[in-house]
Design a protein around this ligand. Structure first.
Ligand code: BDR
Ligand code: CA
Length: 343
């Protein structure tokens, strides 16, 4: 069994990753540690509880984390991608413009997984110390919680099995600027700090996640065959698919007659834990630009040449996914949810 802590800002594709991790028989999902990002921290925490509840997994711990980035001012939340509630406007009682509040006050009848007394960073540190070398941290939101855990416990890299991050892009165009991906842009200082530490780190960025698209026919098969997980993913993805189909490459594909589709970004990070051989990786020292026009850019030293500029020196290599067997990963995700959904 692989023990995973999923650091997440749920999020429509975060919900896909949660369902995937929960249902895969080789994964023990220990906790969701929650961070701001797609939505504010209160909604993100509430969504984490709600998703676990819907999927029949209220025993999975939830730990609330950072509300704002480590250094820079917060950027607007991505409500135009994930809806005003962060879940494609399917959270019970959701309506546009709803104020930040707690799960209990928004939907008093709902039963939710409990929020742990520890904050996300302390939860991660404690869990790593109690299970030395066993936990893989999978981070699919801004990297604020993980960087804070590293700041509080510099020995953390030696206490975990690895760190898998959904974020960044090397060759593929960014999704928030020509060079930046959203999770890295939301806290570039945190992301950059992580790549200075010596832990086995894998980046699952847009270079691969934009190759693993889910069409409406795939999503409908989950609705029909994957129980409550499938229904939640189908319903919450309606808004998200609409966003994709009206922007970027999915819009171009739709204009050529392709069915409506979306990326399954965060779920790809779970696939990288379970079937890493589906991904082609390069290794090199990684930096994340934290100011100027290229803010949020993952800047990777792919060759290790000697340069006069020292910013990449003395950084351990990070593995970065550059290509993927997209059919294998998509089918693995769909089949896992169809074969193993809990409810
Ligand atoms: C990442 O940003 C968020 O909007 C998604 O949940 C994913 O983690 C993709 O760039
Ligand atoms: Ca996310």
């Amino acid at each position: 069994m692989k023990k995973i802590i999923l650091d997440t800002d749920p999020g429509v594709d975060d919900a896909m990753a949660i369902a995937y991790a929960l249902t895969h028989p080789e994964i023990e999902l220990m906790a969701l540690t929650v961070v701001f990002g797609n939505i504010n921290i209160d909604f993100a925490t509430r969504n984490a509880q709600y998703i676990l509840n819907e999927l029949g997994a209220t025993d999975v711990a939830v730990a609330k984390g950072a509300a704002i980035p480590s250094v820079q001012s917060p950027l607007p939340h991505a409500d135009f991608v994930h809806g005003a509630d962060g879940l494609g406007n399917v959270y019970p009682g959701s309506r546009p413009g709803i104020p930040a509040t707690t799960a209990a006050s928004l939907n008093p009848d709902a039963k939710h997984a409990k929020v742990d007394a520890l904050d996300a960073a302390d939860f991660i540190i404690n869990a790593a110390k109690e299970n030395p070398g066993e936990i893989t941290l999978v981070a699919v939101g801004p990297l604020t919680n993980i960087a804070e855990a590293l700041r509080r416990e510099p020995e953390l890299p030696g206490l975990v099995a690895g760190l898998v991050i959904m974020g960044g892009t090397v060759d593929e165009p960014g999704n928030v600027s020509p060079v930046a991906e959203a999770n890295f842009l939301n806290d570039p200082h945190a992301a950059d700090a992580l790549f200075a530490a010596d832990w086995p780190t894998t980046i699952v960025g847009l270079d691969v996640t934009h190759k693993i698209m889910l069409g409406d026919s795939h999503l409908k098969s989950l609705d029909d065959r994957a129980g409550e997980s499938g229904k939640l993913i189908w319903e919450s993805s309606r808004f998200y698919v609409d966003f994709y189909t009206n922007s970027g490459a999915a819009k171009e594909a739709a204009e050529q007659g392709a069915e409506p589709q979306c990326a399954m970004h965060d779920a790809a990070a779970i696939a990288a834990v379970i079937i890493p051989d589906a991904f082609t990786m390069v290794r090199g020292a990684a930096r994340v630009v934290h100011d100027g026009i290229a803010i949020g850019q993952l800047a990777l030293d792919r060759k290790g040449y000697a340069y006069a500029i020292p910013h990449w020196n003395n950084r351990p290599p990070t593995s970065v996914c550059m290509d993927v067997d997209d059919v294998r990963v998509r089918n693995h995700f769909l089949q896992t949810l169809i074969d193993h959904h809990l409810r």
